[in-house]
Design a protein around this ligand. Structure first.
Ligand SMILES: Nc1ncnc2c1ncn2[C@@H]1O[C@H](COP(=O)(O)OP(=O)(O)OP(=O)(O)O)[C@@H](O)[C@H]1O
Ligand SMILES: [Mg+2]
Length: 390
């Protein structure tokens, strides 16, 4: 099988009609069970459109030959050294040498950014539930919503109480045991938020520096979608322990993760890992259908065959990957750990809609493990952090 896969891959890599011309080679072909991982090295690894086209063509050609195989294509830079990453249209991607000096947020031991270039992938959901998972480990945790244009944290925590001001500091309200702050607490509900560039920096400064954050082990920051002024303000002004990038497994979202890494690099902010959200879907009606099938009493050959076929379909579609299966390969390529994989889950969506955090729902099920995994990962990073005693 390896030889055949190599032959197919080489034929496409060196096809003169392929858009990705330049140095190319097959680095590795690994076959394990049903999974074929083809690692190629190309000189134009950052030309995403051409690379995706090349990867898709190789994947389809291998599939045409081995229809049952789960084919993964990993693209590396040809010389082993990654070319400069990141082409976000982001004013900070050429971080100036005379950046203002970064400052630590007073009263907070560790700062974690929950981020992604892409919108709607679950940043706020992950930020809130990870903060609660950290709290369950006995940490004192604060949650800051920095989505100035569409703050979701008030809805997710089910309250929009205005914070109080003591002296000249804002005191974040304690909600579900977390110190929570969001611009959504300070404005009229449903008020459209249209900030001009300089206003963004002003509001962010206020939310960071004019707040009593004291007594917290961790400050989890829910970052906005895109890579606008908020990123610039945060990355150049505060000391951040690490950023975690949330993504769905779709190619589009993964492409944004790659760009996202490029946003942090100029500011020496460590991207510690990737969280895959809405990765799988387990249909919970499955068990009902299975027991119904088991209760059918028939000796009719044709019916028995149909029942068996339905049972097989139910078995093999236990966990469906709706948005694709490319996160692991992308993590490998970017040399980033895949911290956790969160399923798409109706209960989580319902909890979000009703303002009851999933981690506090007594009926919570499997997803809790994913948030615990993220919290464990963060705690390990905190342990390794040179600037703290824990
Ligand atoms: N694992 C999941 N299962 C089901 N629904 C989810 C899951 N994760 C997030 N959602 C839902 O997806 C939508 C987007 O989630 P969320 O607001 O957390 O994303 P976001 O990345 O913060 O979005 P934005 O970029 O707009 O800030 C919400 O309706 C949320 O309830
Ligand atoms: Mg959000």
């Amino acid at each position: 099988m390896e030889d055949k896969v190599r032959h197919i891959t080489n034929a496409i890599l060196f096809d003169e009609d392929m858009p990705l011309q330049g140095d190319r080679e097959v680095r590795d072909i690994a076959v394990k069970d049903n999974t074929v991982t083809v690692t190629i090295a190309v000189s134009k690894v950052n030309d995403s459109a051409a690379r995706f086209n090349m990867e898709d063509t190789i994947r389809d050609a291998i599939h045409a030959e081995f229809s049952d195989a789960d084919v993964r294509i990993v693209s590396l830079a040809i010389d082993g050294v990654d070319e400069p990453r990141g082409n976000c249209e982001f004013s900070g991607s050429h971080a100036s040498k005379n950046m203002p000096e970064k400052k630590a947020i007073p009263g907070v031991k560790h700062v974690w950014l929950i981020s992604s270039c892409k919108g709607g992938v679950g940043k706020s959901t992950v930020a809130l539930n990870t903060a609660l998972a950290l709290k369950a480990h006995g940490r004192k945790v604060a949650l800051l919503d920095l989505d100035l244009y569409g703050p979701s944290i008030p809805a997710l925590v089910g309250t929009d109480l205005p914070p109080i001001v003591v002296g000249n500091l804002i005191v974040p309200p304690e909600i579900h045991g977390l110190s929570v702050l969001s611009i959504g607490f300070m404005i009229e509900k449903d008020q459209p938020l249209m900030w001009r560039g300089p206003m963004v920096a002003g509001v962010i400064n206020q939310l960071l520096w004019e707040v009593d954050w004291s007594g917290n082990d961790d400050l989890v920051i829910d970052m906005p979608p895109g890579t606008g002024d908020t990123y610039l303000s945060i990355l150049q002004s505060i000391e951040v322990d690490a950023a975690l990038l949330v993504t769905t497994p779709s190619e589009l979202a993964l492409a944004d993760v790659k760009r996202g890494v490029g946003v942090f690099e100029p500011y020496q902010v460590k991207v510690a890992g990737v969280i895959e959200n809405m990765a799988t879907y387990d249909w919970d009606g499955r068990e009902g259908v299975l027991s119904l099938l088991n209760s059918i009493q028939t000796t009719d050959e044709a019916s028995l065959k149909s029942i068996e076929r339905i049972r097989k379909i139910l078995e093999t579609t236990k966990s469906i990957r709706i948005f694709g299966n490319n996160t692991q390969a992308m993590c490998y390529e970017m040399k980033l750990p895949l911290v956790a994989s969160i399923p798409l889950d109706i209960a989580l969506q319902n909890d979000n809609d009703s303002g009851t955090p999933y981690m506090l729902n007594p009926k919570k099920k499997g997803i809790q493990e994913a948030f615990d995994k993220i919290a464990d990962f963060i705690l390990k990073l905190a342990d390794e952090s040179p600037n703290s005693e824990n």
